[in-house]
Write a protein that binds this ligand. Structure first.
Ligand SMILES: [Zn+2]
Length: 59
């Protein structure tokens, strides 16, 4: 079950939609900014069908 959430890039400050697999309750992954293409790490807490929290991790 995938849910989209808006996230803000820590480099350029642009917001874009990120799709998260909510069947994984606690996860960390790296995503590329859709605007400036720089990679950053994201931590997500989920329950099936819902994103409980989505945090950009500082590098
Ligand atoms: Zn960016």
């Amino acid at each position: 079950m995938e849910v989209s959430e808006t996230i803000q890039c820590p480099f350029c400050g642009q917001s874009f939609d990120l799709t998260v697999d909510t069947t994984v309750s606690s996860q960390r992954f790296t995503t590329d900014c859709e605007v400036c293409c720089r990679p950053f790490e994201v931590a997500a807490e989920c329950e099936p069908g819902a994103i409980l929290s989505l945090d950009v991790l500082g590098s």
